[in-house]
Design a protein around this ligand. Sequence first.
Ligand code: HEM
Length: 416
Amino acid sequence: MRLTPGPGRDIDLDRVDLFDLDLYTSGDPHPIWDAMRDRAPLHHQVLPDGREFWSVTRYEDVCRVLGDHREFTSERGTTPTHVGVDDPAAGKLLTSTDPPRHTEVRRPLGAKLTARAVKSWEDSIRGTIQRFLEPALDGERFDLAERALLLPAMVTGPLLGIPAKDWEELVQLTAMVTAPSDPHFMVGNEAATLAISHHELVNYVTEWVKRRRAAGGEDDTLLAHLMSVRAGGVPLTDEEIALDGYSILVGANVTTPHTVSGLVHTLIERPEQFEKAQADPSLIPNLAEEGLRWTSPACNFMRYAVDDVHIAGGTIPARAAVVAWIGSANRDAAQFPDPHTFDLTRSGAKRHVAFGFGPHFCIGAPLARLTLRVFLEELTQRFGSLELAGEPQHLRSYFIAGMTHLPIVAQKRRTP
Ligand code: HEM
């Protein structure tokens, strides 16, 4: 998805199609979201097949929809690719449950993923990132976006307990789940791509759990930890473990690479920002936060209204689907002055909602933040300059904002 908006234009909000995939590959959704925040902060759309959804685009409304499970439930599904179709994993999957059950499953898992817990992985993550960047150091063409798709698997694979031989296949499957219409990932049609990838991923974790049970003994990986989680005093069933393992795999794989490639593209377009970060490494944590705000790889998440809800000057009827546009909330001028300017020194960048808001706030945020910080430290220390070596290609998805290709050429940084 284009991250720097083009020139403003007249927009007829009654005719806007927010699920038009071209908008996210060759188009420009930002002027549309700007107009929605301004003129229609509650927007209604009917899809050609009759399914309907409401949209909120302002920061405070996005926080309310994502954060208040009494008004907006997650139990009927949360990804817009399933709008209007009840989630078969409702009430079982961490992402598709509401408190109190959600809290019971999330708490023990979250304890393994706190900033303090993930800090102990920093050295191994740095080694992984150095190996990842190594081929770009020789000045040859390097497709950062394509390669970055494998980065989370390289980082989280060992922590999850997934062998390296499986990473490539799992990356392909998680991309199919979240961008089923992208030609790189589509198999047949969108529905078939979704069904196949969901089935294969759940199957993978189920087989993993079976093998783990058969092997017995201790294991400190995240997937093994899921097997010891209890909800309501009873252990999770194998199906629930498989579905939660699936959420972690998808959550980890499909987001971080797009912040990595979006940020590098942004720094290539703004060399003065790259130079500032090189000159003052203490700016890097804030560069990561501004990069998350700017790229917002999870472009939106969905909820269903429990009862009629009055919000953003209108009413969402009971049981209707509502999409909270995170990418728009992160460009809301009421929260981020001059929102379409990328500024690594921006104060308050960390208030972004790229990781969501409320009870479902991304459980992997500490790991993603650590990965991004280490990536940016290595990038700024090792590379003197970065240039585009071809046209970037954007992911064909209205759910995940990202790139499939970003060819670059980099030069090594000379030691001062
Ligand atoms: C830049 C990187 C990332 C971004 C932008 C991101 C974004 C998000 C967002 C917006 C949500 C909220 C979903 C909702 O409200 O329904 C979420 C939840 C989640 N994320 Fe992430 N994520 C990232 C990295 C990760 C990583 C590395 C992992 C795994 C270690 C992960 C696993 C999850 C899981 C399991 C949930 C569900 C939490 C719950 O329902 O309580 N994510 N993520």
